[in-house]
Design a protein around this ligand. Structure first.
Ligand code: CP
Length: 314
């Protein structure tokens, strides 16, 4: 007897926990919410009465704003805490912050933190649902889901696609989540970058390591560049930004080896002229701003699924 699918996750920690069915369910839910953002009145009552708190201990433009926009478009009440203005600057631990937040009874906590596993730690101390908005170099599941949604809009299905991810694989939570997510849906993921940016054992996640960047890009359906994380002192891991750009920066010349209909992605923010040339970032193959648009829809879906929205769309 076939059992009916149900989304059963209380928290969203990473792509590791999600099955291919879960991923496709989240994307289908996001697709159903996407058109709300193009209505004259961009608001539905689905999460009315729910409270969403965005706790960002690291900088963010896209993720923080799109979680806030997503919550507001679904009529939830949203509040933001940033590290610089929170009591963590006075020495309060994450666990104590969590207990104090729970005393105010929020429904969803969205957390970005520099430490891998921080969302799981937070979830141990709270009754609210926790969504990981990026934990250290570990996972960034909502980014991966919006990337999958964007690829599916162009290629319909990830099964059999060749996806090249170029750059700092070691320190990128986007790479970790995307390798997990893309391979679960049947794509072949090829990674390339300087040796210092390719972690040992990455093959265990399902990625194929290429010695040459052109090997990764050849006949690729999707080419994704990752950001050099200069705020984490990663400049010291490469000879120079100029050298990095020359060897690994995604350029029009590099893309000649990709499939003619290949799309180009970047999670943002882009270091123009370093990991991607401006003519590529702004060119006809680029879907970077589509990724951002889909980020709102995916985050609406995640909030809906973990907060148990009952109001329906209107
Ligand atoms: N892609 C991404 O996480 O961007 P932000 O750091 O601006 O949120």
């Amino acid at each position: 007897m076939q059992t009916e699918y149900a989304f059963r996750h209380r928290h969203i920690f990473g792509m590791e926990q999600l099955s291919s069915e879960d991923i496709l369910h989240i994307i289908a839910t996001a697709r159903s919410f996407k058109e709300i953002s193009s209505r004259p009145i961009k608001k539905v009552p689905t999460l009315r009465g729910k409270t969403v708190v965005n706790i960002f201990f690291e900088p963010s433009t896209r993720t923080r704003l799109s979680f806030e926009i997503a919550a507001k478009r679904m009529s939830a009440d949203t509040f933001n805490i940033a590290a610089a203005t929170s009591s963590t600057t006075k020495g309060e631990t994450l666990a104590d912050t969590a207990k104090n937040l729970m005393a105010m009874n929020p429904d969803v906590l969205v957390l970005r933190h520099s430490s891998a596993g921080a969302p799981q730690l937070l979830a141990k101390h709270v009754g609210a649902a926790v969504i990981n908005a990026g934990d250290g170099a570990h996972e960034h599941p909502s980014q991966s889901l919006l990337d999958i949604m964007t690829i599916m809009e162009h290629k319909s299905d990830l099964a059999g696609l060749k996806i090249a991810i170029i750059g700092d694989i070691t320190h990128s939570r986007v790479a970790g989540s995307n390798i997990r997510g893309f391979t679960k849906l049947g794509a072949k993921v090829f990674v390339a970058g300087p040796k210092t940016f390719i972690p040992q054992g990455i093959e265990k996640l399902g990625a194929l390591v290429c010695r040459e960047v052109n090997e990764a890009v050849a006949e690729a359906d999707v080419v994704m560049a990752l950001r050099i994380q200069r705020e984490r002192d990663h400049d010291s891991l490469i000879p120079s930004l100029r050298e990095y750009s020359r060897c690994y920066g995604v350029s029009a010349a590099m893309l000649r080896n990709a499939r003619p209909d290949a799309i180009v992605m970047h999670p943002g923010p882009v270091n123009r002229g370093v990991e991607m040339n401006p003519d590529v970032a702004d060119g006809p193959r680029s879907v970077i701003l589509e990724q951002v648009t889909n980020g709102v829809a995916v985050r609406m879906a995640l909030l809906y699924l973990v907060a148990g929205g009952q109001g329906g769309q209107e």
